[in-house]
Design a protein around this ligand. Structure first.
Ligand code: SF4
Length: 399
């Protein structure tokens, strides 16, 4: 264990651009004073983005939840329905999905995130059909979707290799993977919360195949389901090791477990304090990952703002629809004006970004801010149950 007196020298080395070990990261995460941890993380962020360090980014996107039917039954998940549960299970048809894409374009969204259960009938062909239809109708939309878990599942259903599955859905229109399903990569906590999901090693193997094929991704971590601090840092190390080989992770996005409506009993949600420390140690340890995203959806707006001072450079999205973490209790929501205000009052200049993080609109003059709030975040399971667009979204889209 690093002596307390040495923690500052480890932080100084990291802030100056040096790499720290997994053991040092664990010591810092557990014991470094919060302010010192944040100062080092912020110094690293400022150096990486010298010249644009005053900017924090967001994207406008829509999550499209295509089905909640899932054979994988993760214990933390409040979203899925078992295949035999025909009362709870639903699947959107292609027309419905295309209508949601049209609304996304109308409201200025640039990205869709296809997100759903591991449906027992959905192989590679399902995604080929849907992605090619989206691209044919909305070539301007970026399809940033799915992850290694979906690839593993669809390849099994279609009896093809993961490599072939990725090649085919990429050819059909998938632009990049959202990196979902990473949860916790170390074996013990992963088995405890998602026993039927592929192993952490397999998740990384599939991401490596994707990166080698030129399909980049983001990476995520679900924290607060009972994992140890050492397991959290091990997760970061597994991401960093792969990134050293491929460079294909654009961003790292930790988010916190939401405790409602699922099968994990007696878990204590990660505190905001733990979350802020995780953002900082991610920026410090993941010296090879460009972007660190702070989550306001699961931790709240103030915590999201704080992350911008602890190493994060991005606050994720103004979401036109989200149903997965909100099923588990996430209640925060925003619209475009909220997002701009949130970033500006955190003392950063807001900028709308593309999926690949280029700045599309820099809001450097409040006098030019959007004056309407048409781009609203809708977090509503009623949008799902009815199988139609949220009524308010329809209204907004028709304005
Ligand atoms: S997290 Fe995904 S894979 Fe796991 S049960 Fe929920 S929908 Fe299925």
């Amino acid at each position: 264990m690093t002596e307390k007196a040495d923690l500052q020298s480890v932080l100084d080395r990291a802030a100056a651009g040096g790499r720290i070990s997994e053991e040092e990261a664990l010591d810092l995460y557990r014991d470094a004073p919060l302010h010192a941890l944040g100062a080092a993380a912020d110094a690293i962020r400022r150096r990486r983005y010298a010249g644009t360090e005053h900017i924090a980014t967001y994207i406008i996107e829509r999550n499209i939840n295509y089905t909640n039917v899932c054979v994988t039954a993760c214990k933390f998940c409040a979203f899925y329905a078992a295949p035999k549960d025909t009362k709870k299970g639903w699947t959107r048809d292609l027309d419905d999905i295309l209508r949601r894409c049209a609304e996304t374009v109308e409201l200025g969204g640039t990205q869709v995130m296809f997100q759903g259960g591991h449906h027992p009938d959905f192989g590679v062909e399902y995604y080929e059909e849907h992605f090619s239809a989206i691209k044919k109708n909305f070539p301007q939309l970026v399809i940033h979707s799915l992850g290694a878990s979906e690839v593993e599942h669809m390849a099994r259903i279609s009896k093809v290799s993961a490599k072939e599955a990725i090649q085919r859905i990429h050819a059909a229109g998938l632009d990049s993977f959202a990196g979902a399903g990473a949860e916790l990569l170390p074996a013990r906590p992963r088995k405890a919360i998602a026993p039927l999901k592929e192993s952490g090693e397999r998740w990384l193997e599939i991401m490596e195949i994707a990166h080698e094929l030129g399909v980049e991704s983001t990476s995520t971590m679900l924290m607060g389901t009972g994992e140890t601090n050492a397991e959290r840092i091990e997760h970061l190390r597994m991401i960093r090791d792969l990134q050293d080989r491929t460079g294909g992770f654009r961003a790292f996005i930790p988010y916190t477990y939401q405790p409602e409506n699922n099968h994990l009993k007696g878990r204590t949600q990660a505190s905001i304090f733990e979350y802020i420390r995780m953002i900082a140690i991610s920026r410090i340890f993941l010296d090879n990952v460009a972007h660190i995203q702070g989550s306001w959806l699961t931790t709240g707006k103030e915590a999201g703002q704080l992350t911008l001072h602890y190493g994060a450079d991005d606050l994720g999205s103004v979401m036109l629809e989200e149903n997965v973490v909100s099923s588990a209790g996430a209640k925060h929501r925003n619209n475009l004006r909220d997002m701009i205000d949130m970033i500006r009052t955190a003392d950063r200049v807001p900028a709308q970004r593309a999926t690949t993080y280029e700045h599309l609109v820099v809001h450097d003059d409040p006098a030019n801010d959007p004056t309407d709030d048409r781009v609203a975040s809708h977090i509503s399971s009623t949008a799902i149950e009815g199988g139609t667009a949220h009524p308010e979204l329809k209204l907004l889209a028709s304005n």
